[in-house]
Design a protein around this ligand. Sequence first.
Ligand SMILES: [Zn+2]
Length: 448
Amino acid sequence: MIVPKLPSTTKESKVNHFMTLNPWPRIGDWSTFEALAKLQNEAVGRTVSVARQSPFYEQRLSAGVKFSDIPLTSKEDLRNGYPYAFLAIPRHEVATYHESSGTTGQPIASFQTEADWRECVDRFTRGAARLNRDDWVLVKTPYSMATTAHQMHNAALMCGATIVPADNRTSMMSYPRVLHLLSSLGISVTWSLPSEPLFWAAAAWARGLEPTDVGKSLRAFVVAGEPIGPAKRKRISEIWGAPVVEDYGSTETTSLAGECCEGVLHPWADRFLMEIYDPLTGTIARHGRGQLLVTTLYREAMPLIRYNLEDIVELWDEPCSCGWVLPKIRVLGRPSSLTGNTAIELNQSSIDEVVYRLPMEFRALFWRGVMADNRLRLEIEAEPAVMQECGRHLRQELEKNLGIPAEVLAVPHGALVSREFLLRETPFVKPRFLCSSLDEWEQGLICQ
Ligand SMILES: [Zn+2]
């Protein structure tokens, strides 16, 4: 194991007192966009000096470097720095360690101090869900390695709410069990990927239940982890009778933006300096459309400077009727045009927008598509009685809205997402080495 060199006592004491001396800003501490920019600029200088305590930035940043001259930090830099190159504090001050899986190769390491968690929770709980002590919160995102579940867990704890740590991707948490928890515990808030409530709805329908009966106590679905457009949000709300509240972030940064009471997504610009990078021209601006660069302003364990998340966003300043003086952000996801033709922007979100505007009675929740020979081929699950109509209707809408030829095949429920997948219950069994005479001996120590 490679243990990073411990910073000197002087550096250590600086870190320990960093938060006490510099508490993070609260909404209301500034009243104009100019004042917000001033606040950011003051915090950036401090971030750069704290960041220089990590091996990566110690090498990358010379003393007195101008912020505008600092090169971007890439995901590749973070992967190459695994595990300790971005750690800016002594190991014993790290409260939790996380990794983002990444799609290939080396994971990205991420560290949080206790103060980092307090700061994270403080911004995350600004969101429109407004957790309170009466809430029962179903945390349905992974606890394993990622920050996502821990973010909601800590937030609910701080707000005095009750946490139901359901996790995700575990054999303990089948869809029937989720339905059981939603209805029998009176869950009021859930935290999940945006597509999860669709799976729960399909599982309810497969059991002959109505989602609105199952989730009677639900008052908000807080979602993050993938872009969600207006049509999908509306569809989830229609099915369950509860609103969707969006959050945007990453394992390395935790929450970067949240929704206000007016349903607008605002970046936490008092806690992060956000910039927009155009990879074609290499220019960096404070506003506009392009790849999002993030500089943490109050992070102790792992300050990041101009970290390129590679997500395409639109960022602009505009007053909001919620009263927050924060910019607005639209998250467009990764560049994923499947057509090879830049004039046509085709990605999951653009197809979602068309699919989830289909009539509700089609019960069309799941689809899959592929581009081949300049045509979009798409399969969609629908109610058997309206399959033909669904296929025809969707083809017309796709061609009209996306401007590409489409071939649509409507298939019955269960053809794409099987009933077995939705209704399977696979209880976890601990490996058992010794069986009693009453046990089935053949089941001993079976781990398959
Ligand atoms: Zn607002």
